[in-house]
Design a protein around this ligand. Structure first.
Ligand SMILES: CC(C)(COP(=O)(O)OP(=O)(O)OC[C@H]1O[C@@H](n2cnc3c(N)ncnc32)[C@H](O)[C@@H]1OP(=O)(O)O)[C@@H](O)C(=O)NCCC(=O)NCCS
Length: 205
């Protein structure tokens, strides 16, 4: 096991095992009670497309998701949907990346993209997707997760500024939007360098 039951220390906060932590913190109320998180199925594709178009107001993320699904960089277990009463209301995807330095190349994951249907935002759906996703990443043995996203959102899950941890990317990203989470504390002590995204990210941009 990567985390023991209560030993994940990150961002100055002592977390319990991720599953325990998210159950306590990822929103509350009927929507969470009725919602399940599971890997996407083909029958979900249309709903996932609609959610991403509505949430982002464009098609760039849909193009990225479709490119990733067709590529070697697709991990079906890490492409999750939130389902409430049979309706897909949120989606999250983790893809393999590498961290390249002069000495070594280390595998990691990128969280991208994620979206919640606008009707269901701010009800804990996104948080539940992130925590379940992180738990699944952990279960599959992944150690480092990178995200480029809202600096007000991801720190609540333990993400920290990535450049301060010795990471960089080859394109311009504000420091505060480029974040990383060590699922295994200390992983970045020996792993620093440039993040390389799979080709699907370039094709879709
Ligand atoms: C960002 C997003 C995935 C969050 O999902 P969600 O289900 O709405 O979020 P939760 O209910 O778990 O969390 C709500 C919290 O997130 C914050 N939040 C929601 N959207 C945010 C945004 N765009 N930027 C910063 N914080 C945001 C809310 O203010 C709220 O904060 P609080 O708990 O301090 O009150 C969702 O709002 C969304 O799909 N946005 C449009 C697409 C997008 O921006 N995707 C992420 C790209 S990095």
């Amino acid at each position: 096991m990567i985390f023991s039951r209560n030993t994940f220390k990150n961002n100055g906060v002592r977390h319990k095992k991720i599953s325990t932590f998210y159950k306590k913190n990822a929103g509350s109320g009927l929507i969470n009670f009725l919602m399940i998180i599971r890997p996407e199925k083909k029958k979900d594709y249309k709903a996932i497309q609609e959610i991403n178009e509505l949430a982002f107001g464009g098609r760039a993320e849909v193009v990225l998701i479709e490119a990733l699904r067709k590529s070697d960089s697709f991990i079906p277990e890490l492409c999750l949907v939130a389902v409430q009463k049979g309706e897909v209301i949120g989606h999250i995807l983790f893809s393999p990346i590498v961290i390249k330095s002069k000495e070594r190349v280390v595998s990691a994951l990128a969280l991208a993209p994620m979206a919640v249907h606008p009707k269901f935002q701010n009800k804990g759906v996104g948080s539940k997707l992130v925590y379940q996703g992180l738990e699944d990443c952990q279960r599959l043995g992944h150690k480092i997760i990178v995200v480029i996203g809202h600096p007000e959102y991801y720190p609540r899950f333990g993400f920290l500024p990535a450049r301060a941890k010795g990471l960089d990317v080859a394109f311009p990203v504000p420091d505060e939007a480029f974040m990383v989470l060590e699922l295994v504390p200390g992983s970045l002590d020996v792993t620093q360098g440039e993040i390389i995204y799979p080709p699907a990210f370039q094709e879709a941009s």
